[in-house]
Design a protein around this ligand. Structure first.
Ligand SMILES: [Zn+2]
Ligand SMILES: [Zn+2]
Length: 187
């Protein structure tokens, strides 16, 4: 969905307060979970996001009905702000992610894992925006992300599905390497 800058970044305004409320709620419990356990679940959620991002982009954004149309529009006009409205992603997140995770892991650990996943998602939205709108300095994380994602847009749509990391593209054999001659040029 094409949207205003405020709409595009509304998730950055909406998610952190929800996570703060969940954290305060968890600490109201008479037996709060151990911080190390919470940190581990947060880290697990954050790492899991990178795989979800890869699968979503490869299998859903490029093949699922409706969503692939929206993603095609992004490939056509990469600088247009096409994203998910905050209210929609927050509702999907609560029903599909937070609800089942809290039901299986308990509220504390479920909320920590959800917070990790939500951080990963916001990290992805930010990095994807930066790859199309910023010109990062060479040899920085964002510069490599921009190069990697540019190859997905301009070389082949069947590779480099990872936006925040190229790790899963290497694992699943979809990493796009730059032609020899241009490697030095890209530095
Ligand atoms: Zn893109
Ligand atoms: Zn794509």
């Amino acid at each position: 969905m094409k949207m205003s800058r405020l709409g595009y970044f509304s998730e950055f305004l909406l998610f952190p307060p929800l996570l703060v409320v969940a954290t305060l709620w968890a600490y109201r419990s008479p037996t709060p979970a151990h911080p190390v356990g919470l940190a581990a679940l947060y880290g697990a959620g954050l790492s899991a996001w990178t795989l979800i991002e890869y699968v979503l982009h490869r299998a859903v954004f490029h093949h699922a009905p409706i969503l692939s149309r929206i993603h095609e529009a992004h490939h056509h006009d990469p600088q247009d702000l096409i994203g998910t409205p905050g209210w929609a992603s927050a509702s999907i997140g609560i029903v599909v992610v937070a609800g089942p995770l809290c039901a299986t892991l308990g509220f504390d650990f479920g909320a920590a894992a959800t917070a990790g996943l939500a951080t990963g998602y916001l990290w992805y939205v930010f990095v994807h925006y930066a790859t199309h709108h910023w010109r990062p300095r060479r040899n920085t994380y964002l510069y490599r992300a921009r190069l990697r994602h540019a190859r997905h847009h301009h070389m082949s749509e069947s590779g480099n599905f990872g936006v925040t990391t190229g790790f899963w593209d290497h694992v699943f054999g979809t990493a796009l390497e730059m032609p020899e001659g241009r490697r030095a040029e890209a530095g």
